[in-house]
Design a protein around this ligand. Sequence first.
Ligand SMILES: Cc1cc2nc3c(=O)[nH]c(=O)nc-3n(C[C@H](O)[C@H](O)[C@H](O)COP(=O)(O)OP(=O)(O)OC[C@H]3O[C@@H](n4cnc5c(N)ncnc54)[C@H](O)[C@@H]3O)c2cc1C
Length: 455
Amino acid sequence: MNTVIVGAGLAGLAAAHELNKAREKFLLFEKTDSVGGKLKTIQKEINSQNYSLDLGFQVIPSAYPSLQEIISPDSFTKLNPCYFDSGAILLRDGKSYSIGDPFQDASSLFDTLWNTLLNPLLSLEDKIRTLILRQELGKYSLQDILGGKPWQEQSALAFLQERRFSDLFLNNFAKPFFGGVFGDNSLGIRASNFAFTLKAFSQGKVFIPAAGIQRLPELIAESLPKESIKLQTTATSIKAEENGKKLKVFLGSDKYVLVDAVILAVEPETLIEILGLTDLTETIKELIEDLRSENSFRVKYHNLYFTSSISLNIGKKIFLNCNPGALINNGVQISEIQKSRHNREEGQEHLISVTVLNSKVQSKNLPQTCIDELETLFPQAKGQIKFLESFEIKEKNSLFQQNSANYERIGKLREAIMAKLPPNVFLAGEFMSENCSQEMSIQSGLQAARKILGK
Ligand SMILES: Cc1cc2nc3c(=O)[nH]c(=O)nc-3n(C[C@H](O)[C@H](O)[C@H](O)COP(=O)(O)OP(=O)(O)OC[C@H]3O[C@@H](n4cnc5c(N)ncnc54)[C@H](O)[C@@H]3O)c2cc1C
């Protein structure tokens, strides 16, 4: 079979990887000039120092099962993984509290037991409940949890409240921590997404490649035949030919390729355009309009970078800002983690990455407002923090602000599109799942390719 895959994000690359493994012919079309989609790193040189800046704070949990399917242990080292320390630094009222992760390492409980007694931000009962939850999650595999079992309909907040976690735990740990992961700090995400992430984070280690997050898709692409990847190639439409036995994939108005199957691994807006779905119901049209415009579907997500000549002294842990009404949700001294990349020598600047969710501050004022807040959180760095770069991550949109209202709407949209698919056209990408993650994108790509392979 000849296949065209549209979109070289993780989903499209995973599909290509699977077809390549089966020695099937394929072409992978990507409209931009690089592979990776939402996994994007840019290089910036300032005062003769090179920085690799990821567009959005994004980490890779080594326990992701599908990731392990496409990155062999040998290739894994080529990612040059830089690991985070588990746990977090909680910051509140001018004080800082380091917590370990009893999910990751039960012995850290004894470490943190003492800390907990001194830590007014978490209760001892929460620690014990965390251990009980660890046991509960231990009964299920990551796949079981992703499959929706056993907490399909519940929100993460309801799930934690049902297990009697205190408001201290919810406000000082769960909301800022999972807010940073899901772009939504209300814990409105599905309990199954929350449980999946919690388990994936604690089963393995969390890392970023030394060269930045985009190294992951680049490594997958390196295992594919070079000539099969066509960058700066935009698929515009598909037309069924020969009674649906063949498909024409158009690249603009008159150029096309004729193939047996197509995998579309693109955002829903693009899917609709490529498939020419004009006869959709009014409700679905409204949903699409919603997707296209700046409205409740959208997550406001900013990722800002700063340099500082003084270390924040948080090691390789993420910090969570637990102050009520705070602007910065979470952050990390990224140069401490990607040490080999940033190769900081004495006197060189530290690199800090912070995430801001749903900011009401005007974009132009955001950097200085963040500096003011960072200086309050880390008084030792006062006067030393300089703004480097700010990214407004619109693509976080595709995470559809993971709350229950949007799940239902997106589900309807997915069903409407699936019902109109021509034969031999398959869908992949985060849009196919309620869990928008690297894992689900890879899994959906593998599944689409396996359908073509008849597996
Ligand atoms: C800020 C942020 C932080 C995140 N953090 C994490 C995290 O820590 N851990 C985690 O697991 N997940 C995280 N995610 C989610 C994860 O990154 C995404 O779910 C995943 O990368 C999506 O991959 P995809 O292949 O489905 O889609 P995409 O990455 O969107 O890929 C789609 C590709 O299709 C291309 N394309 C579009 N239209 C066309 C066309 N007409 N022709 C050709 N090509 C086309 C696009 O250019 C793009 O390259 C995060 C996402 C964001 C935005």
